[in-house]
Design a protein around this ligand. Sequence first.
Ligand code: AMP
Length: 270
Amino acid sequence: MKTLLNNIDLNEALSGKSNIGFVPTMGSLHEGHLSLIKKSLKLSSKTVVSIFVNPRQFNNKKDYKKYPRNIKKDLKILKRLKVDFVYLPKIKDIYKFKNKIKIKLTKQDKILCAKYRKGHFEGVIEVMTRLTKIVNPSKIFMGEKDFQQLLLVKKYVEKNFKSKIVFCKTIRDKNKLALSSRNILLDRNNLNKAGKLAEDLINFKKKLLKKKNLKNLIFMKKNELKRNYDIKIDYLELRNTKNLKLTDKITNAKIFIAYYINKVRLIDNY
Ligand code: AMP
């Protein structure tokens, strides 16, 4: 495994290479990231994993500061997986050049996390279009755990570059909680609670298959979750997986949730 500390190293390492698979991450790697990396190793000739905690996508400075970082452990994991290249850019490597791509969310885009985290997706799209320009991969592997991010990045990246976005399934722990770097910030009790909530919503979605007037059932479920789990919910909504429009039909739809448990914001979809 070769560690690339700047764009000069990266350009030299990737010169003449084709079928590059790229896995962008913010580090504190877990099995969710690992599933993306394994898929890239299988489908690509060379795999680049980046670790970059992107300041521009945090709408809250405190959140950026307390974002878990664990670079030594991450490098050990990546070495064990036999990743070809790990790219550890500095802020200037990403932001020193001008990005010609105009980023403006439409009114339809300003839903779910875009509504509650102002500027977040503009920051994500900014870094993803810049990283795509720098790495120039054939495929970019991203997780369905961040489904709205996936669709927005796909829209901007595939419109402006030849790179294709590959959707990867959400990896969960034994309690059904979606793995996330932020889970480190939760104690055992809250981790269990979040796991129970995930299982609760997975079962709830199964029940919706046979029901009518889903909007009302979801509204009632939201209140029940608030009561039973002592959480603050940003949203609990059923949306179509193609265009993220609100829907009352369960086919091609997912339940999306964002909530705070002990001041830690978690998102998931089922
Ligand atoms: P992050 O380091 O949180 O920015 O995530 C990097 C990539 O890993 C993103 O494409 C995420 O969607 C993906 N990812 C994070 N958690 C999971 C998970 N539990 N299962 C699958 N992919 C995930």
